[in-house]
Design a binder for this molecule. Structure first.
Ligand code: UD1
Ligand code: CA
Length: 488
């Protein structure tokens, strides 16, 4: 089954009331248009094209693995396809003729007239993020099996408002689509709606584009009119009406975005629970599409897992935890913490209230405790940073213990500098490491020390002014205070 895909993503999405183009809004951490492209690619789309326009500088980086087509003026969904015509014709091009043979060779026989194989083109709206790869594949299979000129994906809705309606004849054959704004009251009563997803025979689609007009309520060139045009030309047009209306939901407003998020959240969480993940309250756990979870994980309320994140068996995450683009090993605990772009090996303990940032590597059995921030650092096996510390650009060996309140002073105002702490070192509370600085293995630092010079293995480094103790100071002060004349 071969097909290409055209994604329509040039619209402004005025109903979002946003500075951001609609298709760049995120659902569970992933832009709307990306959901659609990923579904098409998972269904096996061999080539994907995206029509961009409004604020395209924000959309292009999200779709730059597809062929970009720019629609300068937004004159409707049909116009978006017209603009893509040249790029689509390239998709449909027959293989280039090979170079002529060498002059000495006999002239090659004239090639038989090329009969290009029918090409299928799926067209999807960039604002229908819940569409699945399986549904796209079904749509393509139906169009190809029937040899239809077009097949539209539809569903029945209790409230069909705002959608185009599927018009059928008495025998149930599809006659076309009518937009709500152009519909008669009788047509508005139809509950079968157009999802905005179609599979066309590419040549038939391109052949009918010239016939499109913008004589309608919105003065737009409607892609939906192509179906009526094809039917009028005696071509076969069909509809694939699916059960799950959620899947075809178009996002036009923030309320619909919230509704789609709920639907997708439920769907994803049910999948993970079926695969052995425990959730105390699945309504309070949000997991992105590309997150992978092993079984016997426990997710506590207010946990968000987004991006390219994976979590191993036996780990407990939450409550109040956000993990993005991170790898979490087996039997880890992440309690009330934020983990962004970090890698945790097995049996790592994080939080409560830790902040692990980009480039953090926590090796097996290590700990980042309460009010600890770590960035671009490696914490070696079984090493512990238990309380109130900042480790930036640091490398800790194995079995290191960092006393409470210790800090790497890694930034000198211009550059970031590294701190190295050797195996089994014991760092006293409130040690400041003025980087760049290195400690060998088995070093001890005295509490409160500001370490500015490298420390060799096995040494004690202590940097402290000596303590003065004044005997009986308290008693003398209270006596003197009593002898002072009272002014009030
Ligand atoms: C469209 C369909 C409607 C269907 C609904 C499903 C048409 C005329 N109507 O209506 O039948 O029920 O989707 O959600 O197609 N776009 C462009 N260029 C343009 C205009 C739009 O790229 O010039 C893109 C938008 O970015 C969007 C998609 O096309 O991703 C659909 O446009 P939108 O304005 O949301 O169409 P609807 O009114 O929802
Ligand atoms: Ca829409």
């Amino acid at each position: 089954m071969e097909f290409s895909t055209l994604i329509l993503a040039a619209g402004a999405g005025t109903r979002m009331k946003s500075e951001r183009p609609k298709v760049a809004h995120e659902l569970l951490g992933k832009p709307l248009v990306r959901w659609v492209i990923d579904a098409a690619q998972a269904a096996g789309s061999t080539r994907t094209l995206t029509v961009v326009g409004h604020q395209r500088e924000q959309v292009i980086p999200l779709v730059d693995d597809t062929t970009i087509v720019v629609q300068e003026e937004r004159l409707g969904t049909g116009h978006a396809v017209m603009v893509a015509r040249a790029a689509l014709e390239k998709t449909g091009a027959t293989p280039a003729v090979t170079a002529p043979p060498a002059a000495t060779a006999p002239p090659a026989p004239a090639p038989a007239a090329a009969v290009p194989a029918a090409q299928s083109l799926v067209v999807l709206n960039g604002d229908t993020p819940l569409i699945t790869a399986a549904t796209i594949a079904e749509l393509v299979a139906l169009q190809q099996d029937r040899g239809a000129a077009a097949c539209v994906l539809s569903c029945e809705l209790d409230d069909p408002s705002n959608y185009g309606r599927i018009i059928r004849d008495e025998a149930g054959e599809v006659l076309g689509i009518v937009e709500e704004k152009d519909a008669t009251p009788a047509q508005r009563a139809i509950t079968e709606v157009n999802s905005g997803a179609y599979c066309f025979d590419l040549a038939e689609l391109l052949g009918s584009l010239n016939t499109l007009s913008n004589k309608n309520a919105q003065n737009e060139y409607y892609l939906t009119d192509v179906l009526g045009i094809l039917v009028g030309a005696g071509k076969q047009v069909c509809a694939h009406c699916i059960e799950d209306a959620d899947e075809l939901m178009g996002i036009n407003s923030r309320a619909q975005l919230a509704q789609a998020t709920k639907a997708m959240q439920r769907h994803i969480n049910e999948r993970h629970m079926a695969a052995g993940v425990t959730m105390l309250d699945p309504d309070l756990v949000w997991i992105g599409a590309d997150v992978t979870l092993q079984n016997d994980i426990e997710l506590l309320p207010m946990t968000i897992l987004y991006g390219q994140t994976s979590v191993g068996s036996g780990s407990v995450l939450g409550p109040n935890t956000r993990v993005i683009d991170s790898t979490v090993g087996r039997d880890c605990v992440i309690d009330e913490s934020v983990v962004l772009g970090a890698v945790l090996h097995d049996k790592v303990s994080v939080g409560p209230r830790a902040y692990l940032r980009l480039g953090t590597l926590m090796k097996t059995g290590s700990k980042a405790g309460t009010h600890v921030e770590i960035k671009n650092s490696t914490i070696g096996e079984n090493s512990k940073v238990p309380h109130l510390s900042y480790m930036g650009d640091a490398t800790l060996g194995v079995d290191v213990n960092i006393g409470a309140g210790s800090i790497t002073c890694n930034y000198d105002g211009t550059a970031k500098n590294p701190t190295l702490i050797g195996d089994r070192s014991f760092v006293g509370s409130d040690t400041m490491f003025v980087a760049p600085v290195q400690l060998g293995a088995d070093v001890v630092t005295g509490a409160g020390s500001v370490i500015t010079k490298d420390v060799p293995a096995g040494a004690l480094a202590i940097e402290r002014s000596s303590q003065r103790t004044v005997a009986d100071w308290v008693a003398q002060h209270s006596k003197r205070d009593k002898e002072k004349p009272q002014l009030d």
